[in-house]
Design a protein around this ligand. Structure first.
Ligand SMILES: Nc1nc2c(ncn2[C@@H]2O[C@H](COP(=O)(O)OP(=O)(O)O)[C@@H](O)[C@H]2O)c(=O)[nH]1
Ligand SMILES: [Mg+2]
Length: 391
C-alpha cells in the first residue's frame, strides 16, 4: 500500500536518515512522525517510526547511565566462522543446553529462569565449516518494546546471518513460537524468504543513481522507481532489485524496514512424555514454512542434523580455490551465496582480481569434463574447485 507522503515529510525523513547523533536523529524522527498522514497505507510506517523513536530514547538514556557505569556493551559479538546464528527462545527451553551440547562453549545450564543475561558464543563444526552460535538472553513478551534485554536481543538477531528458534516440547509449542515470531515481526525481522529484495547503497554526492534490476519490477516501471527515490532525495546511490519487486518493496527499503533472517526451529526436550503430541502440533502449526528439528539436549538426540539444516537454510555454498602452480586446492573453502558466479568469487578474493579477471578453470563432478574453462558469468555450485586466471 503506498504511503503517499508529502514532499515535506519525505524531506524530513531524508534529514532523519542523515542525522548521525542520536538526539538529533530523535528530534528529526519525531518531526517526521508528525508529518505522516494517518491512513491505512501508513499505519505500518507509523508503528515502525514510533518503535525507532522508543529505541533511540532508550539508547540515549542508557548511554547516559553507562558513562557513569562500567562502560562498553557486551552485546555485540564479533562474527567468526562461515556464519553467525543467534539462538532465541523463551527462558528455560534449553538454549544454554543446546549451546553446550554441540559447541565448545561454556554456558550455564540452570533450573532458574533468566540465567543468561549476556550473549554467549560457541563454534559448531559442520564438515569442513564452522558456524558460530550465539545464545541470546531469553525472549520475553514485549521484547521489541524494550522489555528486559529485548532490544539488545533483537539487535543480535538483526546482526546475525540466521536464527535458531528454540521451543520446549514439554509445553505448548505454538504459544512459545508465536511469542518469538511476534516479537521478531514487531522488530521488523522476517523469517520467511520475501519474494523481493531491494538493497539501497547510498553514495557520495555526484555519483548519481544506478538501478540494477536482477529480477523483475511487478507493478511499476523503472522511471517510477527513479521518481520514488528522488522524491525522498536519494540521488546518489546504487540500488539493486532482486526477485519479484513491487514499488512498495522499494519504499520499504528506503525506510530500511524489514530484513530477512532465515530461521530453523529446534524443538527441545524430545525425551519428555508429552513431546510427541506437542511436536505434531508444532509441525501442523508451521506447515512446511520452517525446518523443524525434534531434539533432546539431555539424551543428545537429533542434534547431529543441525549443521546440515543450518547450511541449507543459509542458502550458501563452498568453493575451493586452487593456485595454478599447485596440485591441490586450499583446504579452507570460500563461502558464497548459492547461485554465485566466478565473478563473485574473484571479487571476494580481491577487487584487483575481479578487474583483471581473464578466465577460470573449474573441477566438478557435474561437469562433463574437468577442468572446464569458463568465463566470469559461470554459475558455481557447492564443492566446486576453481582456479582463477588474471590478465
Ligand atoms: N528433559 C529435558 N530437560 C532439558 C533438556 N534440555 C535442557 N533441559 C533442562 O531445562 C532447564 C533449562 O535449561 P537451560 O539450557 O538452562 O535453558 P535456557 O534458559 O533456555 O538457557 C534445565 O533444567 C535443563 O536441565 C532436554 O533435552 N530434556
Ligand atoms: Mg541460558
Amino acid at each position: 500500500m503506498p504511503t503517499n507522503l508529502t514532499v515535506e515529510a519525505k524531506k524530513k525523513w531524508n534529514e532523519a536518515s542523515l542525522a548521525r547523533r542520536p538526539p538529533e536523529k530523535l528530534q528529526k524522527l519525531q518531526e517526521f512522525l508528525s508529518l505522516i498522514p494517518k491512513h491505512k497505507g501508513t499505519s505500518r510506517l507509523c508503528a515502525q517510526v514510533k518503535r525507532q523513536i522508543a529505541t533511540l530514547r532508550r539508547e540515549i538514556r542508557e548511554s547516559r547511565t553507562r558513562k557513569v557505569g562500567r562502560g562498553g556493551s557486551k552485546f555485540f559479538i564479533e562474527k567468526e566462522g562461515a556464519a553467525q546464528l543467534v539462538i532465541l527462545g523463551p527462558t528455560k527451553v534449553g538454549r544454554s543446553s543446546l549451546l553446550v551440547s554441540i559447541t565448545n562453549a561454556k554456558a550455564e545450564v540452570s533450573d532458574y529462569p533468566y540465567t543468561t543475561q549476556e550473549p554467549v558464543p560457541g563454534m559448531l563444526q559442520h564438515e569442513d565449516l564452522q558456524f558460530q552460535l550465539v545464545e541470546a538472553p531469553a525472549m520475553v513478551k514485549g521484547a521489541a518494546d524494550g522489555e528486559a534485554w529485548g532490544l539488545q536481543t533483537l539487535g543480535l538477531a538483526r546482526n546475525a546471518d540466521g536464527l535458531i528458534l528454540v521451543v520446549d516440547l514439554s509445553q505448548n509449542p505454538r504459544e512459545q513460537l508465536s511469542l518469538i515470531l511476534g516479537e521478531l515481526e514487531k522488530a521488523r525481522i522476517v523469517t520467511q524468504k520475501p519474494k523481493a529484495r531491494v538493497e539501497i547503497e547510498k553514495k557520495h554526492v555526484g555519483v548519481g543513481l544506478r538501478i540494477v534490476v536482477f529480477g523483475r519490477l511487478v507493478d511499476c516501471a523503472m522511471r517510477d522507481v527513479e521518481a520514488l527515490l528522488s522524491g525522498y532525495g536519494i540521488r546518489d546511490a546504487v540500488v539493486k532489485i532482486h526477485g519479484e519487486a513491487k514499488l512498495d518493496d522499494v519504499e520499504d527499503a528506503i525506510f530500511e524496514s524489514a530484513i530477512y533472517r532465515p530461521a530453523i526451529i529446534v524443538a527441545n526436550k524430545a525425551d519428555r512424555v508429552e513431546a510427541t503430541r506437542n511436536l505434531n502440533e508444532l509441525m501442523a502449526f508451521t506447515g512446511n514454512k520452517y525446518p523443524v528439528l525434534g531434539v533432546s539436549c539431555r539424551i543428545l538426540f537429533g542434534l547431529d542434523k543441525l549443521g546440515d539444516e543450518i547450511f541449507k537454510a543459509l542458502d550458501i555454498m563452498r568453493v575451493y580455490t586452487k593456485e595454478p602452480s599447485k596440485k591441490k586446492p586450499s583446504p579452507k573453502p570460500f563461502i558464497l551465496k548459492k547461485g554465485s558466479t566466478t565473478a563473485v568469487l574473484a571479487r571476494l578474493i580481491h577487487t584487483d582480481f575481479y578487474r583483471s579477471f581473464s578466465y577460470a578453470r573449474v573441477w566438478a563432478e557435474r561437469l562433463r569434463f574437468s577442468p572446464q574453462k569458463v568465463g566470469a558469468s559461470f554459475v558455481l555450485k557447492d564443492k566446486d574447485i576453481v582456479e582463477l586466471h588474471a590478465n
